[in-house]
Design a protein around this ligand. Structure first.
Ligand code: DP6
Length: 354
């Protein structure tokens, strides 16, 4: 074996999905992936995408495998475009083999593009020899999927839109770690018959920018709401947080519904779940839960640990609810390191005579 053989250009990275409490919905510069407004999310524990990337001079084209099957069409093109960006930054020409798996079903409605592109950013940049800070990784990940910029970090995360036209100040920052508010629980409510998303959010949001009469007002209102939500999280204040996240979600939904053609992500059951959360708060006489949802039909209901089981049981009983899960804030993305071959533990000696 030649002594100067280059080390294999491969790396593995794991990243979690997140749920936005303040939504990213619309880009002011699509080519640079710069959003109109900053957004804020909670990183979800339990779930992750794990992605392995290997740059290989023997390959003629990129090979992409997602959840055990070769990727084709849009999903493959998105990965290849992202790899091209990494190759340009690293001055690399080799094609890559990408293998990515989620530990949650893609059709579950959890945002796999956030975890998937954060994991791809981590694995591809390392495999290409780029040693990026988490901030730079977040900057890079947003080109795959805007929400992926937040999945680099754990806990409570803010993606700052920034002001610079070149996007250098457009990245996510960790606000509070996952254990900042141990009582906060996300009851994820999966509804039956959730339609498969046909248009990527990145495209759908741009039609909201172009056609929703409520869009400009939303962009003007988000900074104030974001500051109030950030401060309610800082104070661990459910009474302010829960109504605020519902207000933000309702505003996001109104923008979607007034987009032409209209964007209707919810099912009848999703709407019943939202109504049930409002009823819970009315009955308690104080905010005890708050809902939010993304561009999909499943609903995330935030509440506090002492009440979480009750809330979950009540929501599970609603007709059309397929299943529910309790999820807590979790850690951010991280590399999966394997020791180099030479330092891996030698196999145990064989017993018996040689
Ligand atoms: C409603 O950045 O995930 O979830 O990759 O096209 O799916 P795609 O876009 P993405 O859009 C996120 C939209 C959102 C709100 C949010 O997560 O902030």
């Amino acid at each position: 074996m030649p002594r100067d053989r280059p080390s294999p250009r491969e790396a593995t990275y794991e990243a979690p999905p997140n749920i936005a409490l303040v939504k990213y919905w619309g880009m002011r510069d699509r080519a640079r992936a710069i959003p109109f407004n900053s957004s804020l999310s909670v990183t979800l524990g339990r779930f992750r995408s794990r992605t392995h990337v290997r740059f290989d001079p023997a390959l003629f084209e990129d090979k992409v495998e997602l959840n055990g099957a070769p990727a084709v069409g849009g999903p493959r093109d998105g990965v290849v475009r992202f790899l091209d960006r990494v190759r340009t930054e690293a001055a690399l020409v080799d094609r890559a083999r990408v293998v990515s798996d989620n530990n949650f079903p893609t059709a579950s409605g959890l945002a796999s593009s956030a975890s998937g592109f954060a994991a791809l950013a981590g694995a591809a940049s390392r495999a290409a020899g780029l040693r990026l800070s988490d901030r730079d990784l977040s900057r890079l990940a947003r080109f795959g999927s805007g929400s992926a910029s937040r999945s680099v970090f754990g806990g409570f995360v803010e993606w700052r839109a920034g002001r610079r036209p070149d996007g250098r100040d457009c990245y996510a920052v960790p606000l509070y770690p996952a254990d900042h508010w141990p009582a906060l629980v996300d009851v994820v409510v999966f509804v039956e018959g959730a339609p498969v998303k046909e248009v990527r959010s990145a495209d759908a949001m741009q039609s909201s920018v172009a056609t929703s009469p409520l869009y400009a007002r939303r962009v003007a209102g988000v900074p104030g709401r974001l500051a109030a939500i950030r401060s309610a999280i800082a104070r661990r204040d459910p009474k302010h947080l829960f109504p605020l996240i519902m207000e933000e979600c309702d505003n996001f939904r109104e923008v979607c519904e007034t987009t032409r053609p209209t964007l209707d992500y919810l099912t009848t059951t999703s709407r019943v779940v939202l109504g049930e959360v409002r009823a819970l708060n009315r009955e308690a006489g104080t905010p005890v839960a708050g809902y939010t949802h993304d561009a999909g039909a499943h609903v995330h209901v935030f509440t506090l640990a002492p009440r979480a089981r009750k809330v979950r049981a009540r929501l599970s009983r609603l007709p059309g609810v397929r299943s529910t899960l309790l999820v807590r804030p979790g850690p951010g993305g991280h590399p999966i390191l394997r020791p180099p071959r030479s330092t891996r533990r030698a196999p145990p000696p064989r017993r018996g005579r040689p």
